[in-house]
Design a protein around this ligand. Sequence first.
Ligand code: TPP
Ligand code: SF4
Ligand code: MG
Length: 312
Amino acid sequence: MSAFSAIGEEEEIESEDFTPGTEPQPTWCPGCGDFGVLKALKQAMPEVGRSPEETLLVTGIGCSGKLSSYFESYGYHSIHGRSLPVARAAKLANPELEVIAAGGDGDGYGIGGNHFIHTARENHDMTYIVFNNEIFGLTKGQTSPTSPKGHKSKTQPHGSAKSPLRPLSLSLAAGSSYVARTAAVNPNQAKEIITEAIEHDGFAHVDFLTQCPTWNKDAKHYVPYTDVQDSDEYDFDVTDRREAGQMMYEVESKLYEGEVLTGRFYRDDPRPSYSEEKQAIGEMPDQPVAEQYFDEDHQWDRSYDELLDLHK
Ligand SMILES: Cc1ncc(C[n+]2csc(CCOP(=O)(O)OP(=O)(O)O)c2C)c(N)n1
Ligand code: SF4
Ligand SMILES: [Mg+2]
């Protein structure tokens, strides 16, 4: 697909446009599922038709957080669990940007869980990819919110006593308007789902199963997998909240019994995004802040000095 460049010329967008020219090669371990996310994202961008100059990728901290270094676009490697507030602010300031946030299961479902719930509830228009490897990878394999019950690690040497969090069900309950799960071992589906998620208007959450062969030795347990959309066994309406919820519950239970089910589980296309709702009640300016900033004639309600005085 083509798009207009920063200087207004129409250009073809290719996957390789998203490979940085100067950044280092990925330092992820051989066989790491994170490579699958990078590949799917790079393949999705030409389908979506957005160029690196039109895209912002905000990441958290973790092996997953390194994604923004290996993907050519505007990038912001934020702090642990805080990719979503940064992404929200950027989208509100410049609605034209294609905003993608990404991070790990510890990052998004643990320390950043509150941001996840409320960004979903408010239906901010962005894509959120969670690399779900069921452990803290970067810090050497501690138990995470999605580690299975009984999972042994240095922090839980007797095995985790707690049942894992159900990210799909949580996402639906919080208010995400698109919820899917894919896996690094299923690259075709991963590309399709990431494309759909980016094209979706509203908060699109993709739980991306990424094996960690270094610290989670059950790395191969995402194979074999079933795509629920390709299987006659699973018949449900992705636009029906109740049916989607039942399906997610089944999917999440089965993952820990060794059966990997992936696919699209919920979508609510008509639901207005956060900005649309705010504009409808007159709480958001028509002119985005990013444009106001570059408009020399813009009259700000308060000067910078006044704002500083307010905080004294
Ligand atoms: C506020 C804060 N607390 C803790 C850490 C240490 N820390 C860095 S990454 C990480 C967990 C990473 O796990 P996950 O988010 O699942 O990402 P992965 O490495 O598995 O991709 C932790 C606890 C930190 N950097 N900042
Ligand atoms: S420690 Fe695990 S998650 Fe991190 S790069 Fe290595 S394989 Fe990937
Ligand atoms: Mg992790």
